[in-house]
Design a protein around this ligand. Structure first.
Ligand SMILES: Cc1cc2nc3c(=O)[nH]c(=O)nc-3n(C[C@H](O)[C@H](O)[C@H](O)COP(=O)(O)OP(=O)(O)OC[C@H]3O[C@@H](n4cnc5c(N)ncnc54)[C@H](O)[C@@H]3O)c2cc1C
Length: 456
């Protein structure tokens, strides 16, 4: 069935208005009309051949938007974003513990759109039809010539609650994972502020997840908060891995030297069940002989991070792979294997050694901008691709941080069938010695990223 009918007939309130901030700075109201025969509204007039639709106005999507316009001024670039305001996940742990104000993390979506000439539409994307090159949203449909998907992650609570969506949502609200920007972070901050002692558990998921060092940084900063506010609490980290990764030595040194009696790190410990009424976790602990025992652990507050998966839009677009539905791409351009006009970037990407980080999403945004601008300007795929680098800082107290950087290179290899392919290989360098110079570097890095994405 036609995507626009299929999805928009589901939307009952068809007289809603959506607001577009265009490159000229004008705000246009696109109003759907419940009396139309088709009951399907177009968000924008038909494309004239150079339209790039970007799904997700986060780290990857906004980088791509700015740089496509910069390199191909004739392109018509439209960003579809469901949030009303940009809030950053990077640096949010410092906000949760009260070290920085909220406006440090937030930006408006309008200034960058006006300055760089792309169009920002606040709406929720509901489906993607590659055959008709159409994106369906809660407010109408839009066609594209090129599509960039940067919608981030979703949670998969099924190993704890099966298909019980209500329990999953209850867990998200009562024990917020705070990997997706917005209410989860604010709720976790409130839980911390109201915490008056006991076990504060942070659980790390199995598999790939958004910002691998973020839970370890959060543990250190919460311990620091307990110490400063004289709270008789323990921060208990449950980690399926045998040591923190990345920056393990730096985190372990901070836990021991700064928070010896506050942080308890439990390796090889995977949460298998959650009882929200009793405030109990069932934890599988594997010992050195690979023998697993089940333990019950009580919590007074918890930051439970479930298994991560790609946004469901990646599967809806038919460009996903595996159970987690990560986007399946061709190295190194982020063009999907299934469709040369569709690109996936950011945390939705799978099959590469890239960590799920804002730094990498920004680098990937630059790569797809080069690729798409080159095509719009009449050339073919760019042969030379500058691979992104990852720079990642983690605060361990008010002023000091540790860091890691990673670079990537393209190597020639063969697939299982013996065909010549190119693979991306990474190499990392960690700085595990905490220092206030790295603490300053954390904020400098963040401000640099914000300038690259939003301008001065
Ligand atoms: C606590 C924490 C700390 C972190 N610290 C760092 C750090 O120090 N350094 C670092 O490099 N990275 C860090 N990260 C990781 C970083 O935040 C992510 O890797 C980055 O945001 C990924 O960019 P993205 O574009 O893929 O996704 P996002 O930035 O999440 O953007 C996705 C956008 O898509 C929108 N969207 C989703 N679905 C729809 C839909 N259906 N319709 C319309 N819009 C939609 C979302 O609202 C969102 O704005 C941290 C993450 C966390 C949680």
């Amino acid at each position: 069935m036609d995507i626009s009918r299929r999805n928009l007939l589901k939307a009952s309130g068809l007289s809603v208005a959506t607001f577009a901030v265009t490159g000229s700075g004008a705000i246009a109201a696109v109003t759907s009309d419940s009396k139309t025969d088709e009951r399907v509204k177009k968000l924008m007039p038909k494309s004239t051949g150079k339209r790039v639709v970007i799904v997700g106005g986060g780290w990857g999507g906004l980088t791509a938007a700015r740089n496509i316009k910069k390199k191909a001024p004739d392109a018509e670039v439209v960003v579809l974003e469901k949030r009303a305001v940009f809030t950053s996940c990077p640096i949010s742990n410092e906000w949760i513990v009260g070290e920085i104000p909220l406006d440090f993390l937030t930006r408006d979506f309008f200034t960058g759109a006006k300055e760089y000439g792309y169009t920002m539409l606040q709406t929720t994307v509901t489906d993607i039809d590659r055959k008709s090159k159409t994106v369906a949203t809660a407010n109408g449909t839009i066609d594209y010539d090129y599509l960039v998907l940067s919608p981030g992650i979703r949670y998969d609570y099924s190993s704890w609650f099966g298909d019980d969506a209500q329990m999953s949502e209850r867990c998200r609200q009562e024990c917020p994972p705070a990997l997706i920007q917005g209410s989860e972070h604010a709720a976790l901050k409130k839980i911390l502020e109201e915490f008056d002692g006991g076990n504060f558990i942070i659980s790390i998921p199995d598999g790939a997840y958004r910002c691998p060092p973020a839970p370890y940084e959060r543990a250190a900063l919460i311990a620091n908060y307990f110490k400063k506010n004289d709270i008789d609490g323990k921060v208990i980290i449950l980690d399926p891995k045998e040591s923190p990764k990345p920056k393990g030595p730096g985190f372990m040194a901070a836990y021991k030297e700064l928070y010896g009696d506050i942080v308890e790190y439990h390796p090889n410990s995977s949460v298998k069940g959650v009882d929200l009424d009793k405030k109990e976790l069932k934890v599988a602990v594997t010992d050195a002989d690979l023998k697993t025992t089940m333990k019950t652990l009580k919590f007074d507050a918890a930051n439970l991070i479930p298994v991560n998966a790609a946004s469901e839009l990646i599967e809806k677009a038919g460009v996903s792979m595996g159970r987690a539905g990560w986007g399946q791409m061709k190295a190194p351009t982020f063009q999907t294997k299934a469709d040369e006009r569709v690109f996936v970037i950011g945390d939705s990407v799978g099959g590469y050694p890239y960590p799920k980080s804002g730094s990498i999403a920004n680098g990937q945004g630059h790569i797809v901008a080069d690729q798409i601008a080159s095509r719009i300007n009449g050339a073919k795929e760019l042969a030379n691709v500058t691979l992104p680098i990852n720079t990642c800082y983690s605060m361990v107290n008010d002023t000091e941080a540790i860091s890691i950087s990673a670079s990537f290179s393209l190597v020639d290899t063969k697939d299982p069938q013996g065909n010549a392919i190119k693979k991306i290989k990474g190499s990392k360098k960690a700085n595990n010695k905490r220092s206030s110079a790295l603490g300053k570097g954390t904020h400098n890095w963040f401000q640099g990223m914000m300038t690259d994405i939003f301008g001065a």
